[in-house]
Design a protein around this ligand. Structure first.
Ligand code: PEP
Length: 557
């Protein structure tokens, strides 16, 4: 009974931060109900508070609670005064109601003194230090993981941990992925230098900083590096820090991560009362650099209707994924269900039409309508099949086409497969004339998505908007470095282009799910995070299921 009451009190405090109410309620429990066993109960309460903290409450509140024992003792010295008050007002029976009605009349002493004392004893938690560690990503390559330690009430605690992803088909203007280049370890791909930068260069400049504003922390890291592409400290170290700091900030403020990111994105006063969940663009069939066959186009994706709840979107695309697996095995043999880097199937197909037809058939055999229930999307990663010398594209093995021919090829492909709703990186990253021509021909029909051409870099995005390269943006935080810079990219696309943002994973991933929270936090229309298979991909989808449930329970969807 007391446990339940205490839990209520503590969660009450969490929202109201009304120490006066809280302490007075505790006093009432101790003094009115359990007067005879005061000392025993006092101990019990202290114990319970400690246990409850570890299960239910935020650290900021903890720092207050850690002093509650001595506060109760102080209160106990005033108990006669309080008891007289309570008796006078006859509040022993209906504790809750009576308390509310008499609080205003309560003498200020000793509560205001205690409140001030407790707050003074509870300085805001700050960053103590960061530690970088070399771990493995989903391709078995080293990447940077960062631990954030905070100082709370004088004690140093591990608060959060996160890591950087890594791309394979990278744009040439991406933030530097700092690798050791020592061929003897991990074939030169080690990231020990980047980890050292976290410990020795980033950690000292963040020490003592509060975690309320991620933007400020990211800004400090950007300034410390001082280069656009993070060539001094490494984009991989900075991204891992930015992800870990956001995770730590959310934990300290006892907020879901998406909410913490939203507060940093919109500002506390402009927070939306409702959130939306992104439509997943689900990788289902792989080609290009992520698979290794003749198929030039890197990713074929399916896109469920946005008019159904997220959990149903996920169920529908996963059903199609399994149907496609069966169909490919039947048609091409068991090796056709081998998986590419992002979890999509990697059958040895030759052309985009072959891939699209197989997917369309799988959608139908799963009982859905192509184009209404499920649409199609592609990431061409065209820079990977472009020859800079001849300025031609090898869209089908052995067949080279010019920019104009490729744009016409795309237009014809969309005509043959009207369920296509999005094409990413349809042209090489500097073939700006090609981009503009494709936007003119297809921009009012489908999403044309800038990835390698803009590399999530606000400067390039501004140029892309001005020159009308395309109508949508792929956002990969590690292309630019920090979440703060990602916020700027989203603002540009939403406010100046009225376009769509697709928050994206990388082909080399870890099992952190920060991008799922990011997509919800900034109100991105879409998320691209691979197949609905393999742990490093499904952890993002699973996180979105958790967020959906949370938002529903709070009526914020
Ligand atoms: C996710 C992608 O792959 P990578 O991470 O290899 O760039 C992509 O090209 O959109």
């Amino acid at each position: 009974m007391y446990e339940k009451f205490l839990t209520n009190l503590i969660s009450n405090l969490k929202y109201t931060h009304n120490i006066k109410v809280f302490l007075f309620k505790i006093y009432l429990i101790l003094d009115i109900r359990l007067n005879s066993e005061f000392e025993v109960i006092l101990k019990k309460v202290e114990e319970k508070i400690t246990i409850l903290f570890y299960n239910t409450i935020s650290l900021r509140v903890q720092s207050l609670l850690e002093h509650i024992g001595s506060s109760i003792l102080y209160l106990s010295s005033k108990k006669n005064q309080l008891r007289a008050y309570v008796e006078k007002h006859k509040i022993a029976e209906k504790l809750e109601d009576a308390l509310n009605s008499c609080l205003d009349k309560l003498p200020e002493e000793p509560f205001s003194f205690l409140a001030a004392k407790l707050l003074e004893l509870a300085p805001p938690p700050v960053v103590d230090h960061l530690h970088g560690r070399q771990i493995l990503d989903s391709r078995g390559n080293p990447t940077v993981e960062v631990d954030v330690y905070c100082k709370i009430n004088g004690e140093v605690k591990l608060m959060a941990r996160s890591s950087a992803p890594s791309g394979a088909s990278t744009g040439s203007s991406e933030a530097l992925e700092l690798r050791d280049k020592d061929e003897k370890t991990y074939l030169g791909k080690g990231v020990l230098k980047a980890c050292k930068n976290v410990d020795e260069k980033i950690s000292p400049v963040l020490e003592g900083k509060e975690l309320k504003s991620l933007v400020l922390l990211d800004e400090i890291m950007c300034k410390t590096d001082g280069t656009e592409l993070k060539t001094k400290l490494g984009g991989n170290s900075i991204t891992a820090c930015s992800f870990a700091l956001a995770t730590a900030g959310a934990k300290l403020l006892d907020q879901p991560l998406f909410m913490y990111l939203a507060e940093n994105f919109y500002g506390k006063e402009n927070m939306p009362s409702k959130f939306t969940l992104p439509v997943p663009m689900v990788n289902i069939l792989n080609g290009g650099k992520h698979a290794g066959g003749k198929l030039k186009i890197q990713e074929f994706m399916i896109v469920p209707s946005k008019d159904i709840p997220f959990s149903q979107r996920l169920k529908n695309v996963t059903t199609v994924y399994h149907h496609l697996g069966k169909l490919l095995v039947k048609r091409y043999g068991v090796s056709a269900k081998n998986l590419g880097d992002e979890g999509g199937f990697a059958p040895l197909l030759d052309t985009a039409d072959e891939a699209l037809e197989a997917i369309e058939e799988a959608i139908k055999s799963a009982g859905f309508t192509v184009g209404t229930d499920i649409r199609l999307a592609m990431d061409a990663a065209a820079s990977e099949f472009y020859d800079e010398k001849t300025q031609k594209y090898e869209i089908v093995e052995g067949e080279w086409v010019t920019t104009e021919e490729l744009v016409d090829w795309w237009v014809a492909l969309v005509e043959r497969h009207p369920a296509i709703c999005s094409i990413e990186d349809g042209l090489h990253e500097t073939d700006y004339k090609g981009w503009i021509s494709m936007q003119e021909k297809l921009g009012d029909k489908i999403m044309l998505v800038m990835d390698d051409v803009t590399t999530s870099n606000p400067r390039l995005i501004k140029q892309g908007i001005e020159e009308k390269w395309a109508n949508s943006l792929l956002l990969k935080i590690n292309q630019i470095g920090t979440i703060m810079e990602g916020f700027e990219a989203v603002r540009l696309i939403h406010n100046e282009l009225q376009g769509n943002v697709i928050v994206s994973h990388r082909s080399g991933e870890t099992t952190n799910s920060v991008i799922a929270d990011l997509a919800v936090g900034v109100g991105a229309g879409y998320i691209k995070t691979g197949a609905t298979a393999r742990g490093e991909r499904t952890c993002k989808y699973n996180r979105l299921l958790q967020i959906e449930e949370y938002l529903k329970s709070k009526e914020m969807l």
